[in-house]
Design a protein around this ligand. Structure first.
Ligand SMILES: CC(C)(COP(=O)(O)OP(=O)(O)OC[C@H]1O[C@@H](n2cnc3c(N)ncnc32)[C@H](O)[C@@H]1OP(=O)(O)O)[C@@H](O)C(=O)NCCC(=O)NCCS
Length: 276
């Protein structure tokens, strides 16, 4: 028995073998390409590959409505605002880091700087405008922007009435510690829009996007020093995540407490808006 047959191979004429092996390689390359074409991308990559309009209609269909801010809560931070201005119409827009108009991007950056640069400065991370801008421009970052006014004031859905920005929430559909999550990167409201339920509404919208996508949980990071935000997140149902950093014992024996918390909320299948 020839060794080639014994090994399960049939020796052919050299040149014909080379030709056919080249043919096989190109055939298998072709098959790989075909397989890649037909194999769906994993959930996270597939979701992030969607054009923003398709993402919006699939995972955030309710955001084209006009919303009303309710009466102020006791925690309203700016009590100097007259009552009639505390009830207002607002609408939500959804953008990616690429599609967000530059004026909106700057307004969002300005809000972060206003509300959180001190907390960053007082932390081990420090405040770096350029790093923050870079993070805000990550390709998969999405922006939910709340602006004063109603959709009917614009000509159509793609043309917002252009009211002032009341606040925003930025998020990313991503992996965290091997889990498929929706990560809330930022939530910041202008002072006059706080304490009226807008923060909760933005958070609910973000959670509902996560539910519609089929993600496991919502996650976020908050400085411990921002006790108001920690309370807000607790009221929204967030708890300390299993991956939140633990105190570290240094070589000199002192214990270093982390200055931030990682919070999370499991996403069940209840969609509070579907029962409305
Ligand atoms: C934190 C923030 C987003 C909350 O939004 P908001 O619209 O003011 O909050 P809501 O009116 O939706 O309140 C939702 C719940 O949180 C509670 N809450 C809101 N602000 C609170 C505060 N300062 N202290 C204690 N509880 C607060 C409300 O009482 C309400 O609870 P309940 O209705 O269950 O009793 C907003 O105040 C903000 O932009 N703060 C500055 C920016 C910031 O710190 N962002 C967080 C960065 S990590």
């Amino acid at each position: 028995m020839s060794s080639s047959v014994q090994d399960g191979r049939v020796t052919k004429h050299k040149s014909s073998s080379r030709r056919s092996s080249a043919r096989r390689m190109s055939q298998s390359n072709q098959e790989n390409k075909e397989q890649k074409k037909t194999q769906p991308l994993p959930l996270i990559e597939r979701t992030n590959a969607l054009p923003i309009e398709q993402f919006r209609s699939t995972y955030a269909p309710t955001i084209s409505e006009t919303f009303k801010l309710k009466n102020p809560t006791e925690e309203a931070e700016d009590s100097s605002i007259p009552d009639q201005t505390k009830e207002l119409d607002y609408m939500l827009d959804l953008y990616t880091a690429k599609t967000i108009p530059s004026a909106d991007f700057e307004a969002c950056f300005g809000l972060i700087e206003l509300t959180s640069s001190n907390a960053y400065d007082g932390s081990s991370v420090g405040w770096s405008p350029s790093k923050k801008r870079k993070e805000m421009k990550l390709p998969d970052m999405k922006y939910l922007i709340a602006r004063r006014g109603s959709r009917s004031e614009g000509k159509d859905e793609s043309e917002p009435a252009g009211g002032a920005i009341l606040g925003f929430l930025s998020f990313m559909v991503t992996y965290e510690d091997g889990k498929e999550v929706i990560y809330c990167y930022e939530i910041h409201l202008s002072p006059e829009a706080r304490g009226m339920g807008l923060g909760r509404q933005l958070m609910l919208t973000c959670e509902n996007v996560g539910r519609h996508v089929g993600l496991e949980k919502t996650m976020l990071t908050v400085f411990k020093s921002n006790t108001k935000a920690v309370r807000f997140y607790e009221r929204c149902g967030f708890e300390i995540d299993e991956y939140s950093p633990q105190p570290r014992r240094l070589r000199n024996g002192t214990v270093k407490e982390p200055d931030y918390l990682i919070l999370s909320k499991m996403l069940d299948n209840d969609d509070p808006w579907e029962t409305d």
